[in-house]
Design a protein around this ligand. Sequence first.
Ligand SMILES: [Ca+2]
Ligand SMILES: [Ca+2]
Length: 220
Amino acid sequence: MATDRMLLLPFRARYGPERPKGFTLIELAFVLVILGILVSMGAGLIPLLVNQNKLNESRAIVREARTAVIGYALATGRLPWAAAGTDGSETVNRQRGYLPHETLGIPGTDSYAKPLFYSVEPYLATSSTTDELKDRLAELISGSHAPGLFCDDTSIRAAFVVISSGKNLEADTPNDDNHNGIVSQSGDNNRFAKPGAPQTSDYDDILDAVTLTYLHGRLE
Ligand SMILES: [Ca+2]
Ligand SMILES: [Ca+2]
């Protein structure tokens, strides 16, 4: 039988010359060098990706807080005061401080585990119905009642702002005026950064704001 004869033949006679197995040393060295380069490139990218991820996460947290404050206004006819402490309970007559997250029922820290800051137009924290809130917004917009909260120096008139202190873990100028790293009632003023201001070596806060006109539109 032809098949039986094939089985009796040595391996090389059946399948031809044996091919060299594995890599040569030079090939191995080359592969290792390329792998080393790829690993070092990847290792360099990891901190950048982590930073970007943290930034995006805090942006989303600030955005969610903004939405929660708008929801509070629509439900109660007023904006909450700021919280004096990090427990997040609003403190009557407190225009600047921590986000009143307990009052809002949301988490109060950013992706860097630092408390969020908040400032409110005081005239909007003492209305009691959505109609009254809307009337007060109209007064602020027309100037018949002087507005008391601004972004981008005084070019944007805001109903409220929410701020994450960002990667350096401190509020930066112009959100923090007395350079103590936090936004508080005394020592800081009522002018904040432009929402979405670019990240620089001196400013890495993440600020979102709702303008008077936007909130007025939401109450239509
Ligand atoms: Ca900062
Ligand atoms: Ca301060």
